[in-house]
Design a protein around this ligand. Sequence first.
Ligand code: BEZ
Length: 179
Amino acid sequence: MTDWVFGYGSLVWRPAFPYLERRPAAIHGWLRRFWQASTDHRGTPEAPGRVVTLTEEPGAVTWGTAYALDPAQRERILAELDHREKDGYLRLHLPLDFGDGPGDISALVYVAGPDNLNYLGPASVSAMAEQVGGAVGPSGANVEYVVRLAEALRAMGRPDPHVEAIEARLEATGEAKDG
Ligand code: BEZ
């Protein structure tokens, strides 16, 4: 059986592993939010960035990218993802919606819940954007993460209002270039 991985953050535009197939897909009942601190990718322990996690919300639909893994490489890829997301992410299996409703194919989804050390939770759009604007980590500027995610979701025809709001605030304050 083919294993699928669902990306809703950097995995939307940068898979970081080989795959057999990638398809735009959604999961239901979970909402994307910039509620997780990043101290090792898009920030540092001194100035943590903000990255997305998912929070359970009845009726919510979150679009991202689903990747079908090559069975020959699955063990190595999952081990790498587990290591990369070692700081408190849960592994869920959620049904994928490829555009016609949730179906028979489920994907592995990493979710950082309120009980992990890097969980920040809700804040105002301006506070989140200010934190993003001041954070840079080994993977690059936190602003780039927001802009790339917003662009990738727009390119799929699935803009996310939460991501758009933070990007717009970054543009308004001069942290991200408009256009
Ligand atoms: C993502 O980029 O979609 C992602 C990957 C692992 C954990 C959380 C999000």
